[in-house]
Design a protein around this ligand. Structure first.
Ligand SMILES: O=c1ccn([C@@H]2O[C@H](COP(=O)(O)OP(=O)(O)O[C@H]3OC[C@@H](O)[C@H](O)[C@H]3O)[C@@H](O)[C@H]2O)c(=O)[nH]1
Length: 264
């Protein structure tokens, strides 16, 4: 009876809400398991907990600015509640937790269908397709290479820092600058196509990594262009393996406001 009702509930929720519910249920299970076996728990949290920030750059003591009913809310609030649960388990059950707030990360072996800006732009540039910039492209991001993140996570797990720590590369660029950089690195003749802005898209994002530097002795070492060249090499090879070489990443429609497409 209960399981039928649960099945109906699960089938009624869409994928995003499902992710939120399953994420919370899984974390509760993992935290319980960590307590049982005395393990240290790592939460891969995110810069999305800061939402569309009113503080710049974002340091760990900033509480964030998230729209709780917007299209990003399931992800953002899911990660926020995951942090809440970790610290409740730490205080009440004595579970050791480490919380990494991970900023935009990229590198080889990203999924072709990932949908995030790095893989979209590289795949579009490699195939001579327009690079799809959402909104004016004046919003900023700071991208870290995957090996820097891995080193940061290892340092965090080996540390005694139980409060949240930002892991990201503070080199900040507008998305338009980023599109032009990728075009140049690929040597692509693609045009830049401006699409409607994504709803609740954070307008500025850059990690304050003073805490990671001081308490973990960590900072990113891979320059943006070097990391991008490695990612470009990877995607070029992947495309060669595609049967028809016709894969074109599509902008994520669910997060784009309805409106007319503009061309540069
Ligand atoms: O094709 C695209 C894709 C994205 N964008 C823009 O590029 C920026 C970055 O978008 P992404 O989807 O790559 O990533 P976001 O910064 O929005 O969120 C990300 O950041 C933190 C992680 O935890 C999340 O998993 C990830 O979604 C946004 O401003 C977005 O609107 C484009 O202009 N064109």
């Amino acid at each position: 009876m209960v399981s039928k009702a649960l099945l109906r509930l699960v089938s009624a929720v869409n994928r995003r809400r499902m992710k939120l519910l399953l994420g919370i249920a899984l974390l509760a299970y993992v935290a319980w398991l960590a307590k049982r076996v005395g393990a240290r728990l790592l939460l891969a949290s995110t810069s999305e907990v800061y939402g569309d920030p009113e503080v710049h750059p974002q340091s760990e003591d900033y509480w964030g600015h998230v729209n709780p009913i917007g299209p990003r809310a399931c992800y953002d609030e899911g990660k926020r509640v995951a942090e809440t649960m970790c610290y409740a388990y730490m205080k009440q059950e004595g579970v050791e937790v480490r919380v990494a707030r991970i900023f935009n990360t990229f590198g080889p072996r990203m999924h072709m269908n990932d949908g995030r800006v790095v893989s979209n732009f590289i795949l579009q540039a490699l195939q001579g397709e327009p690079l799809t910039v959402y909104g004016s492209g004046s919003q900023t991001r700071a991208f870290q290479y995957v090996s820097d993140l891995v080193n940061g996570l290892v340092a965090l797990m080996n540390s005694n820092v139980s409060s949240p720590v930002n892991l990201g590369n503070p080199e900040e660029h507008t998305i338009l600058e980023f599109a032009q950089l990728i075009k140049n690195l690929v040597g692509s003749g693609s045009e830049i196509q401006f699409l409607s802005e994504a709803q609740d898209d954070p307008q500025k994002r850059k990690p304050d990594i003073k805490k990671a530097k001081l308490m973990l002795g960590w900072e990113p070492v891979v320059p943006l262009e070097e990391g991008l060249n490695k990612a470009i090499h990877y995607f070029r090879k992947e495309l060669e393996y595609q049967a028809n070489n016709q894969y074109i990443p599509k902008p994520k429609p669910a997060r784009i406001k309805k409106g007319r497409t503009r061309h540069s």
